[in-house]
Structures are given as C-alpha cells and as structure tokens.
Design a protein around this ligand. Structure first.
Ligand code: C5P
Length: 231
C-alpha cells in the first residue's frame, strides 16, 4: 500500500471518523485528526488506529508560551502519534523539539503561514513580510530549530527544495485530484504534481471523505502518486 496519502478525518463525530477510517482500511495508511475532533476524544482514535498499524497526523497546531508547548508536546508524544503540527515561531518550535526529546516516532511539522492569511492581513498584524516571503523565512527558522518538516502549499515546494535541500519532510494540503471540486482551497495542485514538485506526503480531505466511493477515490490518488514517484 502506498503511504504518501494522508486522509483528513474532518467529520463531526468520533464514530464518523472511525467509520471512515475503517472503510478506508485497505487503501489508506495515514489519517489526519484535527481540532474539530480533539475535544471529543481524537487522541483515543489515534491510539486505536496506531494499534492497528496505521499512522496518525495530529494537527494540533500548537501555539503558546514555550514551556507549555514543551509540556504539551511531551504529553502528545507519550499518548502516541506520528506527525504533530506546531506554529512556526522560533522559540515555540525549539520548545517543541525539547518536548519531543528522543521519541522515535513523532515528527514535528511547522505550520509556516496559514493559507487563510494574505499579504494585507499580515501587514495589519504588523509583519513586514509578504505571505510568500514569510513562508520561506519560517522554513529556514524551522530547520534551524530542529523541526522535521513543514506544511506548505505544493506551489511552494519546488522553491523550498531548491533553497533548503531534501533533508526534511514536506507535507502539502491544498491537493485536488484532476476534476474534483476545489471548494475553498485556492492554491491547489493534483496529487501527482504535488509529488513532482517536491512533496513527501499529501493531505486530502473532502475529495476522499465526500466521494460517493471513498475507497475508489483514495485508490485513484494512490495510483497517481505511484505514477509520479516512478518517473
Ligand atoms: O478537504 P480538504 O482536502 O481541503 O482538507 C484539507 C485538510 O488540510 C483540512 O483538514 C485542512 O484543515 C488542512 N489544511 C489546509 N490548508 C492548510 C493547512 C491545513 O487545508 N494550509
């Protein structure tokens, strides 16, 4: 089974998430759990999925004072997960790296700039960077802090690889198989193009979860990824 596809379990209830994961069992090995389900018990879902040999991406997007982020990262490492997101501010990332300590499984991914921000919003918040320049500044800072990788758009992956090399993970949302609804995503690429542009993993939510046949949708994405990786 190809393991470069991460399916986002963006559903309202734990039972729905477990049903979708069970349905996708033969086709998908990675699942993303996010803020919508953490208050309802998503860390237990993570533990159950991992006990079945699945990998989990815990999209906590941690952002707090360094000591709290360090302790939260330690708790999450103890509970168990494979990817964890942290907002890409240098002291916060360094704290997360401390908190992870020598956990062998957990990889820390930096959330560079939320895609909901544009240049005008960053100016309003007091940043002297465009969104794109801030993404690359934060990639550099994430690598300096000892993070394992980043969440970026596929459209930034080529330049990230060119400037910073291959020795870190690139995980990209904003992925849409050709012909599927773009929805609210603005800067999208197909799964195959995302891999060709330098991604290691793609996160796909609605095109799988809302497909009439989620297993067929996931298998089509797996085939596209396998084809891109074989060239
Ligand atoms: O349904 P869709 O494929 O758009 O879902 C993408 C997933 O990736 C969602 O869980 C969304 O919150 C997440 N995400 C994103 N864009 C980012 C960061 C995370 O779409 N920049």
């Amino acid at each position: 089974m190809d393991s470069r596809l991460i399916v986002a379990l963006d559903v309202p209830r734990i039972a729905d998430a477990e049903a979708l994961a069970a349905r996708l069992d033969g086709a998908v090995s990675w699942f993303k759990l996010g803020l919508q389900l953490f208050p309802l018990g998503a860390m237990d879902v993570s533990a159950r999925l991992r006990a079945k040999g699945k990998k989990t991406f815990l999209d906590w997007k941690l952002h707090d004072i360094p000591k709290t982020v360090e302790r939260a990262t330690r708790s999450i490492a103890e509970a168990g997960g494979d990817f964890l997101t942290i907002h890409a501010e240098p002291d916060i990332m360094r704290a997360a790296v401390q908190g992870k300590a020598d956990d062998p499984d957990l990889k820390l991914l930096a959330v560079t700039v939320l895609t909901s921000y544009d240049d005008a919003m960053l100016t309003e918040m007091g940043y002297a960077y465009t969104a794109r320049d801030l993404v690359f500044r934060r990639i550099e800072q994430a690598l300096e802090a000892g993070m394992d990788g980043m969440i970026i758009s596929p459209l930034e992956a080529t330049e990230a690889r060119k400037r910073f090399g291959d020795d870190f993970l690139i995980v990209t949302p904003g992925v849409r198989p050709a012909g599927s609804a773009v929805g609210d995503q603005k800067r999208v690429a197909t799964p195959g193009d995302a891999m060709r542009m330098g991604a290691d993993y793609v996160v796909v939510g609605r095109p799988v979860a809302e497909a009439a046949d989620p297993v067929a949708a996931a298998n089509a994405i797996n085939a596209e990824i396998a084809e891109a990786l074989s060239n």
